[in-house]
Design a protein around this ligand. Structure first.
Ligand code: ADP
Length: 266
């Protein structure tokens, strides 16, 4: 089971006014895998993820969800997206109605709908008491969790989150990653989109770096790190500092203890 993107290209607008945003993008996301899509603001990340559930259709190339190339409704149900501004995904009078909106749209009703809603609320760790509140009376962190519960209530096989940690406190971030880790363990493919690679580097299995609408890197975080120019070893930096301070550093017999001794003496 996987999402397979092949040779995807996309422009906004047509003809002379077309703005090319994505060029020849190919990658896969497997069930139970976590993937980071990273790149500078404006490089095409949001445009790319809108193709994963049929909100946008490629000009050329294809997106297949579990082998299905054609079904927009199928992709919508299988791939849930939490957009960057959760408040824009909430529009009902109560949290209950908002969370129920997705599964209701997919034809679920009655007791089954109730189970979907409670399941969504439980998965994000909110209490049922929030269900009768207006979504607009909630804090930013609560809104994000309610929007996530709304996406999860349709039981997507793949979950895509656009800039999910923006505006979250350290504990909010840990809580979100705890939820995502448990979804991934249950077989959900998780895609984290961020303009800051550090946001996702330590939590994903694989990274896709976009640059100007093209894939600049694709691989594991450790492959990414080893592809970077190696940082200057700390000891070399220390030696440089000592030399700058006028301390004679003998490269051949140098040790950390020597260095600290010399600093102490200086
Ligand atoms: P990112 O998510 O990486 O910040 P986006 O996918 O939102 O990038 O945008 C990529 C480029 O496409 C940007 O130059 C943006 O201005 C442009 N763009 C995004 N949405 C539209 C739209 N609806 N119409 C025209 N251009 C758009």
């Amino acid at each position: 089971m996987s999402i397979d993107v092949k040779d995807l290209s996309f422009s906004y607008g047509k003809g002379k006014n077309a703005i090319s945003v994505l060029n020849n993008i190919s990658f896969s996301i497997a069930a139970g895998e976590s993937v980071g899509i990273v790149g500078k603001v404006g490089c095409g990340k949001t445009t790319l993820i809108k193709h994963l559930n049929g909100l946008l259709i490629p000009d050329s190339g294809s997106v297949a969800v579990d082998g299905d190339l054609s079904s927009k409704k199928g992709a919508c149900k299988k791939v849930g997206i939490l957009f960057q501004h959760p408040s824009r995904q909430l529009f009902c009078n109560t949290v209950l109605e908002d969370i129920a909106y997705g599964p209701k749209n997919f034809g679920i009703s009655g007791d089954e709908l109730d189970v979907c809603v409670r399941e969504g609320v439980r998965e994000v760790g909110l209490s049922d008491s929030i269900l009768e509140r207006s979504p607009f009376s909630l804090s930013g962190g609560e809104m994000r969790l309610v929007a996530l519960a709304g996406v999860l209530s349709s039981s997507p096989d793949y979950l895509v989150l656009d800039e999910p940690t923006s505006g979250l406190s350290k504990s909010g971030r840990s809580n979100l990653f705890r939820i995502l880790y448990s979804l991934k363990k249950s077989g959900v493919g998780v895609v984290l989109v961020s303009h800051q690679i550090e946001d996702v580097l330590d939590v994903v299995d694989r990274l896709i770096c976009l640059d100007n609408g093209e894939i600049a890197f694709q691989g594991t975080p450790s492959e990414y790190l080893s592809s970077m120019p190696s940082p200057i070893p700390q000891i070399t930096e220390l030696m440089r500092d000592l030399k700058r301070a006028g301390i004679d550093v003998r490269d051949d017999v140098f040790s950390v203890d020597d260095a600290f001794g010399e600093i102490h003496a200086a």
